[in-house]
Design a protein around this ligand. Sequence first.
Ligand SMILES: Nc1ncnc2c1ncn2[C@@H]1O[C@H](COP(=O)(O)OP(=O)(O)OP(=O)(O)O)[C@@H](O)[C@H]1O
Ligand SMILES: [Mg+2]
Length: 233
Amino acid sequence: MTEPLLELRGVHAAYGAIEVLHGVDLALRPGSLLALLGPNGGGKSTTMRVCGGLHAPTRGELRFAGRKMNGVTAQRAARLGVCSIPEGRGVFPNLTVRENLWAATGTGARREDVEEKAFARFPILAKRRDQLAGSMSGGEQQMLALSRALGTEPAVLLLDELSMGLAPMIVSRMYETVAELVEGGLSVLVAEQFARAVLPIADTAALMLHGRVVAAGAPADIEDRLSSDYLGG
Ligand SMILES: Nc1ncnc2c1ncn2[C@@H]1O[C@H](COP(=O)(O)OP(=O)(O)OP(=O)(O)O)[C@@H](O)[C@H]1O
Ligand SMILES: [Mg+2]
């Protein structure tokens, strides 16, 4: 087995005095897709924030490429190549599509290249190039969020609830793109309440309940453990 690119070991995390992660272990292997599944409030988003350097663990280790990186800032994590799309779309609503894409070029990518790639991947964004992001449909905003994240040429992409509020057809389209990116070598951690959307393209899956990973392994095995409730969508 190759060494994990991103790893959590015994991670605890809290909001104030209330602990919500109680010893989470998770390993994302290079060039693979790990689906983090489970019902509301299980701790998926908190886990994603810990991975992106946005929330510091109280105990345990966050590791990147075999090195402990507890205490890194989100900026440092981004420079290491860990890029997050938070729950509820990572776009600036008051900027246009192009301005949103330009804002992703901080790491040195050329504006033209980021635009060209985004428009080739999602032609609708080319049509909307001068429209304010906040006035676009949920699906278009999610396409923009994904394009922005890819503009930074990340090694690891953290996607939290890509499917939220989107029509099933758009969700399939988005995950098709994600699967292509993984084919191309990107490592992706996806948090999803709706397992059905992501399990078909996942390499491994983990089921999270009440702040703990209660099962991890092959997607088919995890699917067996999911109640029909979680599968909902
Ligand atoms: N900013 C916060 N302040 C206090 N408690 C929080 C905060 N964010 C989350 N929590 C609590 O932490 C626990 C885990 O929440 P988290 O958002 O990580 O779960 P989740 O699995 O992403 O849920 P969902 O499927 O609804 O997105 C919940 O009990 C939640 O109420
Ligand atoms: Mg969440």
